[in-house]
Write a protein that binds this ligand. Structure first.
Ligand SMILES: [Fe+2]
Length: 129
């Protein structure tokens, strides 16, 4: 299912919103590759790219939170850490059924939308002052 960025997901931080839109586009690209049965090497390439970009994106958010002394930073970092743990499992146990590209896509849909829609939004509201 194609996902779309919509105004309710906006954090109001231009760099963060642009990166969220890139992440959603990358998830859609992965889904398209799954639906059109592209080879496993292409799927791994897309999954790896997405995970790398997510890490770069977390670094952006974490820098902004640190710079502004964001009071819910610890809770926010915990969610980023949990994402990192799941991603390590995907990278090192790629043969496990729960790490099949389709399962990875479902995880990314759920995680990114839920994370953007809650903790990232809260961060945007607080950083806006
Ligand atoms: Fe975040």
């Amino acid at each position: 299912m194609t996902i779309y960025w919509f105004e309710d997901l906006a954090t109001g931080i231009p760099d963060v919103d642009a990166q969220h839109q890139d992440l959603i586009a990358m998830i859609n690209e992965l889904d398209e590759a799954i639906a059109t049965r592209q080879g496993i090497s292409r799927l791994s390439q897309l999954t790896d790219g997405l995970i790398l970009y997510a890490r770069h994106h977390f670094a952006t958010e974490e820098r902004l939170m640190a710079e502004s002394g964001y009071r819910y930073m610890a809770e926010h970092l915990k969610e980023h850490e949990q994402f990192g743990e799941r991603v390590m499992a995907i990278a090192f146990e790629s043969d496990a059924p729960e790490n099949h590209p389709r399962a990875v896509s479902e995880f990314l849909h759920k995680w990114l939308i839920e994370h953007i829609g809650t903790v990232d939004k809260l961060m945007g509201e607080c950083l806006a002052g």
